[in-house]
Design a protein around this ligand. Structure first.
Ligand code: GDP
Ligand code: IMO
Ligand code: MG
Length: 422
């Protein structure tokens, strides 16, 4: 048996949460492998809209076990808030169907404060971080003085916390205030609640269940173009968001990877700073943003919008070994007279067809191909045959260019607004 991986091919917010929830009935385990509460994965079903930050998107499906893997950074305060919200809405006891890795790293108030101060110091070159403490927590992990979730069970956890904090005291001198003390109190209260959850060596849970022929779905967060190694550095997040990240972030051999589901929007969005070759600054971009309700699920910030970027998509497919594509939010493009796809770039004055390792807004210009738009109320379509010819040509063009089939076309935020193509 193998682990299937579902991940974003753009700059995040592709609709991963919706599709994990849609596919979850076919799996026994759903596991997050990287990132933390910088993620916001939205699910809509039975008239309810729910945004998940730390908890995997399989949590609303009966009989499924969800795992927060070793590659994740966990904020106990945000995690417990999420648990309370779900308990309130659904009355479910999540302690039974959720396991957390002993090796996942803990985000503390110090990391959140560091994120804020570091971003402020960057001035104009700030990343546009979600300020959830992601970068500083991964820095402590790599610096080999991280605090791991398993340590909350030890008698001297407070000493360990203080020791980690002391590494940052010099830098944060003058920044600790009354609010910080309140944040620390909330942190320790949440740690007491966190202790009641299943904190285990999840790499054994996963590998033992693979031997028993159980199905596992690994849920990516962020997107390939935000990957720490392969994204538009330095405007990236601090983890490996690619398929290889699932091996490291769950403790599975690369030989165990099965299908790789690559999720992309029918256009592009980006939240936060950094280069975005196909970004639109006109009324067309505004129309995409309003049709698609493009506001961040975590921070509420407006998402920047642009046309689909094919060289970037091909690059992401290559890095991840994508076996099938899922095209999201295709309904948002309905009603446009013309739709464009970027098929190459002019990079430093030369035409190229790849995604370069170093891009800046000034040195890269998109080369577009124009398509005729479609007008059908596509969110009422149930099968591929229900779509207009122009819409189908758009899908066919992408498939032929990238050499991978589009198996899902999503036409709305709700579970049922999903076409599966056999
Ligand atoms: P994720 O981070 O990849 O899980 O994506 P987000 O939840 O941050 O953002 C996707 C947004 O688009 C959410 O508000 C979803 O409810 C919504 N969404 C997902 N799929 C579709 C779709 O096919 N059409 C429309 N109109 N909205 C969608
Ligand atoms: P999901 O899983 C979109 C962006 C931030 C910022 C950069 C670094 O919902 O797709 P960080 O807080 O990680 O230090 O921020 O990455 N970013 C996301 N953008 N979706 C996300 O997650 C993101 N997580 C981080 O806006 O530009
Ligand atoms: Mg999101």
């Amino acid at each position: 048996m193998s682990v299937d991986v579902l991940l974003g091919l753009q700059w995040g917010d592709e609709g991963k949460g919706k599709i994990v929830d849609f596919l979850a009935p076919g799996y026994d385990y759903i596991a997050r492998f990287q990132g933390g509460p910088n993620a916001g994965h939205t699910l809509e079903f039975d008239g309810i809209k729910h945004v998940l930050h730390q908890i995997p998107s399989g949590i609303f499906r009966q009989g499924k076990h969800n795992i927060i893997g070793n590659g994740v950074v966990l904020d106990p305060v945000i995690f417990m808030d999420e648990i309370h919200q779900i308990n309130k809405k659904f009355g479910s006891d999540l302690k039974k169907n959720l396991s957390i890795s002993t090796r996942a790293q803990l985000i503390s108030p110090v990391h959140r404060l560091l994120d804020k101060v570091l971003e402020k110091n960057k001035g104009d070159s700030k990343i546009g971080s979600t300020l959830k403490g992601i970068g500083p927590t991964y820095q402590d992990k790599i610096g080999r003085h991280g605090l791991r979730v398993g340590e909350v069970l030890s008698n001297n956890f407070i000493e360990k916390y203080k020791k980690q904090k002391s590494y940052h005291d010099m830098f944060l001198d003058g920044h600790y205030d009354k609010n910080f003390i309140k944040e620390e109190e909330k942190f320790f209260k949440s740690i007491e609640e966190l202790k009641k959850f299943k904190i285990i060596d999840t790499e054994y849970l996963i590998n033992k269940n693979l031997k028993k022929n159980k199905n596992i779905l690994a849920e990516g967060a962020q997107g390939t173009l935000l990957d720490i190694d392969f994204g538009s550095y330095p405007f990236v997040t601090s983890s490996n968001t690619t398929t290889a990240g699932a091996c490291i972030g769950l403790g599975i051999s690369p030989k165990k990877i099965g299908k790789v589901f690559g999720i992309f929007k029918a256009y592009c969005t980006r939240v936060g700073a950094g280069p975005f070759p196909t970004e639109l600054f006109d009324s067309v971009g505004e129309k995409i943003a309003s049709n698609g309700s493009e506001f961040g699920s975590t921070t509420g910030r407006a998402r920047r919008c642009g046309w689909l970027d094919l060289p970037a998509l091909k690059y992401s497919i290559m890095l991840n070994g994508v076996t099938e594509l899922h095209m999201m939010k295709a309904d948002v493009l309905s009603g446009f007279e013309e739709i464009k796809i970027c098929i190459g770039y002019n990079y430093n004055g030369v035409d190229i067809d790849y995604f370069p390792s170093s891009i800046e807004s000034e040195n890269i210009k998109p080369i577009f191909k124009t398509f005729k738009g479609w007008t059908t109320k596509s969110n009422s379509a149930k099968k591929i045959e229900d779509l207009e010819e122009n819409f189908k040509s758009y899908v066919k063009f992408i498939e032929e260019e990238v050499g991978v089939k589009i198996k899902i076309i999503s036409l709305g935020p709700v579970r049922e607004q999903t076409i599966y193509i056999n």
